[in-house]
Design a protein around this ligand. Sequence first.
Ligand code: NDP
Length: 452
Amino acid sequence: MAETITSFVSRFMDRVETRNAGQTEFLQAIREVAGSVAPLVMDNQDYRDARVLDRLAEPDRALSFRVTWLDDQGVIQVNRGWRVQFNHVLGPYKGGLRFHPSVSESILKFLGFEQTLKNSLTGLPMGGAKGGSDFDPKGRSDAEVMRFCQSLMTELYRYVGMDTDIPAGDIGVGDREIGYLFGQFTRLTNSFEGVLTGKGQSFGGSAVREEATGYGAVYFLRNMLEQEDRDLEGLRIAISGAGNVALFAADKAVAEGARVVSVSDSGGVLASKDGLSCDQIKEIQEHKLRRRGRLSDLDMAGTRYIKGSKPWDLDCDIAMPCATQNELDAEAAKSLVKSGVMAVVEGANMPTTPDAIEVLRDAEVLFAPGKAANAGGVAVSAFERSQNVTGISWSREQVDCQLQQTMADIHETCVEHAEYSRQSGAHIDYLDGANIGGFVKVADAMLAHGLT
Ligand code: NDP
């Protein structure tokens, strides 16, 4: 008797769980993709013979190292640093560095795995990686952050390089941290190469890199709406997060005629029934991204601050979770469905829990997974690398135009591959489309490379 998809996935997951016990985020990411690609793998004898799924679930390597540094009081601090080089069949490793106390091997493996499929979806030659540390930059002085970054790079520089592995930013790693990391790399290697992306524009950075993830997510949303003969004009968008991704998504959404009814940080939500103005968003960017302030300290006309809350019970047409993993659960999804949400677009990586995705699927709410919707950041990182290799800088318009084209291409890939989806609804299943579209290129390259 032919094996069912459920039993195929369950046998595969048993093997992965045995090797990665307790790594919940990593297992969650693998399970989600396995569910989407199982029908394809079961139908493809070459994929099965080559055991592509099992091989893809194992990172190329996961490096972990000690990071010691002196705080402003002269006390020695000890953190752990990691670089998970997940898969490089499509190109050099590429993926961000995250500084947050919650960082663990499980989180970085989930992010590295997602990054591998995301980078594949961009159509650009990049493998997947992720790294970072359990260091918390909050409340640390610039001098402490600099010493930490210098110490981390003193170990990391051995494993990265322009043709090997090119890190970028993520949670807790912005232009300040990238500058310090880059400075230490150039000092240690006596070279000036594009080993990091997200650099300042005066030393090799690209126009639009800072905005790229948020802008790209809104471009992806625009493509989804166009597919349904709709546009963004007047739509109410609830955004979570008040970092790089959230605040540039807010910026672009307002430019496209939408109303941004919230942003949030780890302290609570800043809600605006009529929508934040362009000037208000600029002020929030200045406050959060430059001054590293709290939303609770802002006093803005037409807004209210809701301490300890999330934005998912606000009335909205679109939800964009742009803060962190598993921030939108089943209860939140039910509340969004109740208020008539038409689409959920992930700016963050895996912010929607599996239960919440089921709620959204059952209600036929359009759902765009992060690996498709937030791929704009890594796409512009690849453009930054091209500019570093050729020594030619692109204009802002040129980068933005390429970004829009890349997001349109990713959208097209999702739509095309969603035809292989298990779901039989009226709507396009972007989750299956993205997972299958990203997987196929990686799997085919693995077959072509032989047993590696
Ligand atoms: P930032 O550090 O710039 O901002 C993160 C925001 O999310 C902050 O407002 C932060 O609040 C909030 N946040 C973080 N952790 C939590 C938590 N546990 N609970 C509640 N709020 C939280 O990060 P980014 O904007 O760069 O990244 C956000 C997400 O987007 C991540 O999932 C990241 O992996 C993903 N991403 C980022 C890309 C990029 O180019 N930067 C590219 C693709 C994906 P507070 O200010 O209080 O710390």
